[in-house]
Design a binder for this molecule. Structure first.
Ligand code: PLP
Length: 355
């Protein structure tokens, strides 16, 4: 076909085996630790057809070449390994706490020179780009939902000679394609929206530069941080419905953000206007927030996000969450349930706080 396929069609059709009589329509689960010698795979740590099926879909969705890892954090470590000891990395003040921990540990060991910035303050980020080897963005950020001006920052990063990395976990390639905005590397916790069913842990990077792709592939082989075959298969299956899940969860999130803003029990509602994540700050501090997360039946108190089911948690229950994240902030991952059922459950719990 001449016309480029829309992302929804890519999500459904990319990464299939050739359409031949009796071939499986979708890539089957192929557990293999070794392959008959002489081909491109050779060994289970070097390649796997099930990994490749998911990598093909994700690469097409992000308009680059994807490589999958054992987890999002395994992918983060591989990227950070690309820079030489002591080089500078610009990092968001607020980001997923595991990412912040990786940066802080390496900083303490003298391996990284870390400059922390507020990603919403474009001028501050641009000013910090000087001498940086990597400019790391997360947009929207976890859990504060701050949004970065990726295009402006990518241009400034390149001018300074840095590589620009964007964690696109919260937005997904259906909402934002950072490589098209000038970023060099996209990171995903595929554990979240891409797999989408809270049943797999998986990470991915996507890039356009062959040298970056090869270097990350080498890191994956060397570190042994390869994806599980079952997890890759679950993600390849899950991503087929990404557009449908996102359509519903975004509509639910927009509606719930609106209703939450009007509710007396909330002090602040953070919703960037896209995506399915909301963060609320509730009246009554940490104790009220803790009580709230235990008072619902549909909203499940659980970490992680991006599944079909609605979950929430008070982020400061984690000791390593930055102290600038308010104590009473609850991060909400809005699922695909009926929005009125979700609201009734929330409203009853919020009413219990003030009553
Ligand atoms: N990036 C973001 C934005 C995340 O939310 C997470 C996990 O919550 C990660 C990276 C790390 O991914 P994983 O848990 O798959 O290692």
């Amino acid at each position: 076909m001449d016309h480029p396929l829309a992302p929804e069609t890519v999500a459904v059709t990319a990464g299939r085996p050739p359409l031949e009589p009796d071939a499986p329509l979708n890539a089957p689960l192929t557990p293999a630790s070794t392959y008959v010698a002489g081909g491109s795979m050779e060994y289970g740590r070097y390649g796997n057809p099930t990994w490749e099926a998911f990598e093909e879909v994700l690469g097409r969705l992000e308009a680059g070449r994807a490589l999958t890892f054992a987890s999002g954090l395994a992918a983060v470590s591989a990227i950070v390994d690309l820079i030489a000891p002591g080089e500078k990395i610009v990092v968001p003040r607020h980001a997923y706490l595991g990412v912040l921990t990786i940066m802080a540990e390496r900083e303490q060991r003298g391996l990284l020179n870390v400059a922390r910035v507020d990603v919403e303050d474009t001028e501050q980020v641009v000013a910090a780009c000087d001498d940086a080897a990597i400019v790391w963005l997360e947009s929207p950020t976890n859990p504060m939902l701050e949004v970065a001006d990726i295009e402006t920052i990518a241009a400034a990063g390149h001018e300074a000679g840095a590589r620009v990395v964007v964690d696109n976990t919260f937005a997904t390639p259906l909402v934002q394609r950072p490589l098209e905005l000038g970023a060099d590397i996209v990171l995903h916790s595929a554990t979240k929206y891409l797999a989408g069913h809270s049943d797999a842990v998986l990470g991915a990077v996507v890039s356009r530069d062959d040298d970056v792709h090869t270097a990350l592939d080498e890191r994956r082989r060397t570190l042994g941080s390869v994806p599980g075959v079952l997890e890759s298969w679950l993600a390849a299956r899950g991503v087929r419905t990404l557009h449908l899940r996102l359509e519903r969860s975004q509509a639910n999130a927009a509606e719930l953000a609106h209703r939450l803003e009007a509710h007396d029990a909330t002090e602040k509602v953070r919703y960037p206007g896209f995506g399915s994540m909301i963060a609320i700050e509730v009246r009554g501090g940490a104790a009220a927030a803790d009580l709230l997360t235990r008072s619902t039946s549909l909203w499940v108190h659980a970490t992680s996000l991006g599944g079909v089911e609605s979950t929430w948690e008070r982020r400061r229950r984690w000791a390593s969450e930055p102290e600038t994240v308010p104590e009473n902030l609850i991060r909400m991952s809005v699922g695909v349930e009926n929005v009125d059922d979700l609201w009734r459950d929330l409203e009853a719990a919020l009413g219990g706080l003030s009553g």
